[in-house]
Design a protein around this ligand. Structure first.
Ligand code: FAD
Length: 488
């Protein structure tokens, strides 16, 4: 009889696990608590506009690498997928002065050095690291624990320049890296796009991914990508049940026996792939004591294992009033809860003309959020929460218009969302965008995708390997199925 896999969660990890499970010949059913698949990789509509929640870069978008094969196999990308044209990572600007991280690294190096000759040496060193980091790849053929000596040797050869990057920047935070620059604009460029405690190498790898053409944005954005995966799952014969939260993992005689849904329905299976937030799994779906030691330590030690989220506001603006793509702009200082800031990030989606009425575009303004911010949002009562969101939206609108005055024409607030929104929508731990933050100080917990003491349960998702994100989610889904196959 065909063996049965139940997948919990239809985010990118769950969808990938389900598709690979079907392709390996299992009977597969997915249970998702939301009414739409995609998890954090999603988007929604507001008054004739589309708001995209996720993809700023899709690692593995370039053909000819193992991760790209995974995106193709899962239907996330197809031979006919178009990509948004782009030539930059982002631009930073203070009082009309601006500087850009171009995909063309020589150009970036030239422009950084010309802007601030005193920083030329530091800029050169940084760009050299970005060039070297272009070799960085995420294992996508099989999980590390299933790799043999030869696999490691091949991977080491392909990534031979990465140790050079780690030697120079491995123990440096973005805040520390920014301090090495003298010009305030360059300090902001390097130090303010991601949180200051973020590992410098993670920023370098992100930039390198885009510069090498392996981090493009597929047209249609995040929701369209998730829906393509969901359609692929149905095409290969998998079943997906939306609005069907799982309450408990069923156990029988010391092994997993299926799941129990919130409405009490029991679903039997030979294996369960759990692809939702890990704090929820060990917070009630199975016994807390089963949590691997490393994770238990990380959840307990909040200062050493921070998470990252965002406070975001979407506006409708006139076309061409805000630069296309991402801009980090300095603004008058402000405070939201515990957070003081003097710069914001705008991302203008004018490159997707169907996402706004004619002559208009959607811009999203973002302030990164930390554990402390989540705690503050979480502490607010319903009315204070709403008022605080309105206040934040008013501040963001004011700062946006000060930086880009033409945006004022018919400026319309579309939506505001916070770390608590991510927690509510996906169950994301403290609203986290990814896994635990990559910092130079702590080695983030990684997991072999199984739970000791509970055979039959396999894990997937952004928490599996630091720092998370879409590539970790999609490969972890594939790896869960490889592990199930190996178990027999
Ligand atoms: C604003 C933003 C921008 C981002 N930008 C990028 C980017 O540019 N590039 C990149 O690589 N990554 C990016 N990420 C990260 C990326 O979106 C996530 O890492 C990834 O989508 C996580 O996928 P996942 O499947 O592991 O988890 P999730 O997306 O959290 O999916 C888990 C699913 O499980 C469901 N679920 C939870 N509990 C239950 C239950 N009890 N029963 C049934 N279902 C349940 C949830 O509803 C959810 O659908 C971004 C994230 C955000 C928020």
């Amino acid at each position: 009889m065909t063996e049965r896999i139940v997948v919990v969660g239809a985010g990118i990890a769950g969808l990938a696990a389900a598709i690979y499970g079907r392709l390996a010949g299992y009977d597969v059913e997915v249970f998702e608590k939301n009414a739409v698949p995609g998890g954090e990789c999603t988007g929604w509509d507001r008054r004739g506009h589309h708001i995209d929640n996720c993809i700023h870069w899709l690692t593995g978008s370039k053909s000819g690498n193992a991760l790209n094969d995974v995106w193709l196999t899962t239907g996330a990308l197809g031979d006919d997928t178009e990509f948004v044209p782009g030539d930059k990572f982002f631009t930073a600007r203070i009082d009309g002065r601006e500087v850009t991280l171009w995909h063309d690294l020589d150009r970036t190096e030239r422009e950084l050095s010309a802007l601030s000759p005193a920083d030329a040496g530091e800029a050169k060193r940084l760009m050299q690291a970005v060039r070297q980091a272009r070799c960085c790849e995420i294992p996508a053929e099989k999980p590390l624990d299933m790799m043999g000596v030869l696999d490691y040797l091949k991977m080491g050869l392909r990534m031979k320049d990465m140790p050079k990057v780690m030697k120079v920047y491995g123990d440096v935070s973005l805040g520390e890296l920014a301090e090495r620059f003298k010009d305030p604009l360059l300090r902001m460029l390097v130090g303010a796009y991601m949180p200051a405690d973020y590992a410098a190498y993670a920023f370098i790898v992100s930039y390198a991914t885009m510069a090498s053409g392996n981090g493009r944005v597929p047209r249609g954005g995040s929701r369209a990508l998730a829906l393509r995966m969901s359609a692929k799952l149905e095409e290969v014969g998998g079943r997906i049940h939306l609005s069907s939260p799982v309450k408990r993992i069923r156990q029988h005689e010391g092994r997993v026996a299926g799941v129990i849904l919130q409405d009490g329905t029991e679903v039997a299976s030979d294996f369960v792939v759990y692809a939702a937030d890990m704090s929820l799994l060990f917070g009630g779906l199975v016994e807390r004591e089963l949590m691997p030691e490393e994770w238990a330590r990380a959840y307990k030690d909040r200062s050493s294992y921070p998470v990252m989220s965002g406070l975001q506001v979407a506006f409708s603006i006139p076309e061409e009033s805000v630069p296309s793509g991402t801009t980090l702009f300095a603004c008058a200082p402000f405070r939201v809860g515990p957070r003081e800031a003097s710069c914001l990030t705008s991302h203008c989606y004018d490159y997707e003309p169907t996402w706004a009425p004619e002559g208009r575009a959607v811009v999203q303004v973002n302030l990164t959020q930390s554990d402390a911010d989540w705690e503050w949002w979480k502490s607010l009562g319903k009315a204070d929460y709403r008022t605080s969101k309105e206040r934040a939206a008013a501040i963001f609108a004011d700062r946006l218009v000060s930086a880009f005055p033409k945006a004022a024409d018919g400026l319309e607030l579309l939506d505001v969302w916070t770390p608590v929104t991510y927690e509510r929508f996906c169950g994301a731990y403290r609203g986290s965008y990814m896994g635990f933050k990559a910092t130079p100080k702590t080695k983030s917990p990684s997991c072999k995708g199984v739970v000791e003491g509970l055979p039959g349960l396999y894990l997937a998702g952004q928490w599996m390997t630091n720092p998370g994100g879409l590539p970790i989610a999609v490969t972890s889904g594939k790896f869960a199925i490889q592990r199930i196959q190996r178990s027999k």
